[in-house]
Design a protein around this ligand. Sequence first.
Ligand code: NI
Length: 161
Amino acid sequence: MAVLPIRQVPDPILRQKSKQVRSLNGSIHKLISDMLETMHAAPGVGLAAPQVGVLLRVIVLGIPEQPDIVLINPKIVRKSGERLVNEGCLSLPGYIGQVKRAVSVTVKGRDQNGSEIRIKADELLAQALEHEINHINGILYFDELVGMDKPRKIEPEESRL
Ligand code: NI
């Protein structure tokens, strides 16, 4: 396991669309364990593979007091409700901005063993799932700021997605 450097805005890799994972091999398992370690070291509540320079559809989530989640080829299949939240990103430390997120989302994907999983999430986990799935599509939260909002400066330790 290793803590990897997190790519920072404006690294162009953050704007590319990631590819589907076709088979689970040793290099994917190593990527997953490195991503988990990197997320916890940041510390963050979520991380997507492009943030460590790998254009594959892999995300990890680590909401405090909940078990870590690994999702391969995740897809949002249902969204409901809307809420305004302040959001930051480990690829743009020191800033947050206000975005609209779903109240709850249902996501389908595979876990690290290749088994199909379906997660129904709300609150921070729903927000983190939307944020990380955007990352694998090259979308960053400040593309979606509400109204005239601009990323505001905060203490870097608050940038957790
Ligand atoms: Ni992020």
